[in-house]
Write a protein that binds this ligand. Sequence first.
Ligand SMILES: Cc1cc2nc3c(=O)[nH]c(=O)nc-3n(C[C@H](O)[C@H](O)[C@H](O)COP(=O)(O)OP(=O)(O)OC[C@H]3O[C@@H](n4cnc5c(N)ncnc54)[C@H](O)[C@@H]3O)c2cc1C
Length: 410
Amino acid sequence: MTMKTDVQVAIIGGGIVGASVLYWLAKMGWTNTLLLERRELTSGSTWHAAGNTTYFGPYPAMTRLFAGSIRTYLQAEQESGQSVSFHQTGGLRLAATPRELELFHVYSARYEELGIPFHIRSPQEVAELHPLIKTDHIYGAAHTPTDGHVDPTGATHALAIAARGMGATVERQCPVISLHRDAEHWVLETENGTVRAEHVVVAASFWTRELLAPLGLNVPLYATQHQEMITDTIPELEALDHEVPAWRDSYVSCSVRQEANGVLAGVYESDPKFWALDGIPKDFKEDLFPPELDRIMPHLERLIERMPSFGEAGIKVTNNGAMCWTPDGLPMLGPMPEHDKLWLASGFNVGVGTGGGSGEFLAHWMTQGQPPFELEAVHAERFGNDVSTDDALAQIRAVYARGYQLPDSI
Ligand SMILES: Cc1cc2nc3c(=O)[nH]c(=O)nc-3n(C[C@H](O)[C@H](O)[C@H](O)COP(=O)(O)OP(=O)(O)OC[C@H]3O[C@@H](n4cnc5c(N)ncnc54)[C@H](O)[C@@H]3O)c2cc1C
């Protein structure tokens, strides 16, 4: 079949974010749409993500994106018949300091307003909820019992299948080489031909910077490496008749969840390593980097203090993958100034956690002319056009290293 050449919206990038924008545009009635993916759906960062989607966070408007994401994936699952494998394990954010516990109490009222269950648990209750966590040095935890994790690949395909069912189109193996404007349209040159579109959404993650540079745009997106490991079976977990909650901790700077009868731990190290600062290699595929365990060793030692059984389990898999970052760690969503009908949905480092809700947010903005709720913190134009690479990298380094530390302001 020949590719569509004239569409209302062309979306560049078929990760979970691009698929979500495609889905939500279709839900809101825009179906003359075309998603262009250079390889296969999920082949950027999405395929190797752990799929965690937590509701915990200091900013209620961001939490709406997280909550909207699980809702979106479950809805797409119903509509497509494609499983998203949602595991509603709930999540624990451990209080490593008395101040963190104090902040949890402040956040509690905000969750009431959002209608999301949120409980403060004592160390003893944490031990009951998660028998593998050693609770001697924690002050309690915030417990969000209705979140968990999904299968990112299943969720992306569910979104794409449901969108296609409503009339949207997906073109795989179709890299966009360049884009420019003629008098009325955006013109996208692809390896499979030219596409003219009224709107363009760039959901190309860490490829976005290079793709938009020829338009004079300096988009401060860069990739770090991010490591996670999966253990062999842990007998105490195997003996349980239910999945334990995921947990996150500023002391360890990691997130941990059950994966089969082992655990999956992702680490935010204090000195992150960047990748591809001279440009994304043209032949980059579904690639991972060699593990560099030395870099995360201090975190793993702390992880073993919190969960001694981690230290006894063998490591089955280590994934070191590329993760996209902006200088403040938040995604870039919305129109680009001075470029009519050019929209960004890029810069996601928690794209599974927030992708579903972000697709809804952007599609609402595009179809209704304004965002569904105030969330200036993610607006795409917030960095201006003049952030130098050195400044962007310094800020990303700091935000990555902050890991799960909470802002001290209320
Ligand atoms: C080890 C690891 C674990 C992670 N765990 C989690 C987690 O638990 N929870 C979570 O929320 N996030 C997690 N992440 C982050 C998550 O993977 C990303 O935030 C998310 O996948 C980003 O989705 P995306 O759609 O923005 O980008 P991508 O999935 O990278 O998609 C971008 C797509 O654009 C395509 N593309 C690029 N240029 C072009 C072009 N010119 N033409 C056509 N197509 C193009 C690419 O091929 C790619 O498929 C993890 C990341 C890593 C590395």
